[in-house]
Structure formats: structure tokens, C-alpha cells
Design a protein around this ligand. Sequence first.
Ligand code: ZN
Length: 357
Amino acid sequence: MSARQVPEPHFIRADDDVRFFSELPKPELHLHLDGSLDPALALELARTRRVDAPTDWAGMRAALVAPERCVDQADLLRAFDLPIALLQDAEALERVADGVVRAKAAENVRYMELRWGPHLHTAKGLTQAEVIAAVARGASAAAAAVNVEVRLIVTALRSHSVEENRALAVAAVEAQDRGVVAFDLAGREAAFPDPLTFKEAFDVARSGGLAITLHAGEWGGAAQVRRALEVGPARIAHGAVAADDASLCDELIARGVVLDLCPSSNVQAAIVPGYGDFPILALQRRGVRVTLNTDDLIVSDLTLSEEYTRVRRRLGATVTELLALARTGYESAFLGEGERRRLLEGFDAWVDRRVSR
Ligand SMILES: [Zn+2]
């Protein structure tokens, strides 16, 4: 287990915890590119691509941030319609990737896996491979300029056809030299509940050398998380509702499957009644491997540092528990052992300097 006992830091000023989690070298494993479009870039893209959208920064920002409380997951996903309309050419994709990598590095995210659905960006003629190449160019150029390690996750959509998602898996496998490390499934879960519909795409991705992850439990409760296990994932995006099912928790532990959790996003999507009900600590204390993430920078109007502070302040997590969440993130990253060890050593050294004696 990853928890290293460290003394609780002695915070004096009321915002000392904010500063601590802002400076902590964090991993983020569950982050969507199209949910992280900077309003200023969105304004420029709307103007130059002639997309119908708000024309001032505040209006654009309000359009990109989803309501604090949506009806359900499908309602939350409507916030992605505008970014997807704006991101239909290579330059736009390159720039949004560059921007999100820089924004994350600026809040001391030191390792990030950036995911998105390439097929959503083919409406104006780009191929899936061209979309992947454009995002990879933007992400790697930014990563080289700032202090962050970036990997890419290609996301299939539940609403897309079996053929489209299979072709996407092929394109993802072929893009491993561009930083693609995993294949994911996301989208409207109530309308398209069965991930095994895309078994062939998952098989192509797995046999081609990619790690497997998928979104689950944003609708339909613990049964949907159990269903997600049928495609053999290493990690599940969300899946917090597993906390309601003791035998499912045991199975996640036995299989070593990690849940990449996003409390604020799940509150927005009305998956839990309120932040105080989010079971991240219950899952962690039970022994389920969990990580802490935002899901989306702009759709949830949230930095990862803020999410750490929320888990401390609203759920009462100790600093030791939060550091264990971060360490599990590095341990669960879709990385080779040498790269993982280097990141973990940097993280542990920071903790030793700041917390331990
Ligand atoms: Zn997600």
C-alpha cells in the first residue's frame, strides 16, 4: 500500500493548506482536453472559425462552464458541444493541447494523462490520425517548454458506431510513438450502457500494446462498474458508486483496478447528492486504489489544487490521506517502470522536504 506515515503539517495561516496543495507535485490521470478549453482561446477560435458563440470573455466563460448542478450526466455533457464545434482543425487542436498542458504545469501538476475523443473532431475533414497527431504536437511542444510529463489517452464514444470505434483503436495503436498510452470509452452511459458493444475495439487496443480504461458508474449505479470490469480495465474513470457494493469493492481490490475519481464533476452531474457524500475516503480506507482528478478544467471551473483542498476541507481528509491519493496516481500511471520511479522519487523527496522530519 502506498500510504507513508508523515506527520500532519502545522498550518498556521488560514490558506496554508491552499498553498501546500498548490505546490504539491501532483499527478492527474483523468482530464479531458475538450473540457479544458481556455475562454480566451475559445473567443479567438469562434471569431476566426465563424462559430456562433458568445463574443466577450465573461459570456464565453459562462458558456464553457457547466451548471453547478446538472440534471444528470447527459445534461453535463452538453457543455462539450461548443468546445467540440470550435476544435475542428489541426491548429485549434494543437493550441488547446498546448494551453491545457501549460495551465496544469503552472499549478504543479508534474504528470498528466490527457484524454479526448478524436472522432468528435473529424466533422470538417480531419482524419482520426490527423486529430491525434495535432493534439500530440501541441502537448509535446508544451511539455518540452514546462516541467511536466504528458501522456495521451484516446477516448472512444459510447454513441459512436462499432466500426468508428474499432478504426479509432487502430489509429490509437499506431500513435504510440506520439505518446498515446491507453484506450478509453466515455459518453452517455444511460443511452449506451453496455461497453462490451465495443469489445473488438478494446481487443485491438489491448493486443496493440495500449492500456485499457473506461468511464463507468456515471449512471446506473454499482452494476455499471461491475459491467465495466468485463472489458478487463487497469483503471476505471469515475466508478465512485462502487462504494455502495461491498463485494464489488472486494473485486476491485483483488484485481488491483484503480478508480480515477472526480468529486466535483460527479456533484455537478448529480451522481452524488452533495460533495459531503462523495465516498473517496471510504473507498481509500477500505483499500480500493483511488486517485484524485478534476475531469475538466473549464467545464467544472476547477484546478486540481482546489480539488485537493476541497477533499481536505469538505471531507475532512488528513494530509497523509491526500498524499496517499497523489502517490497512488503516480503508481497507477500508464508509464514504464523507470519513468514511474523517477516521478515517485521526486514526489517523495518533496514530501520529505516539506512534511517529514
Ligand atoms: Zn471523464
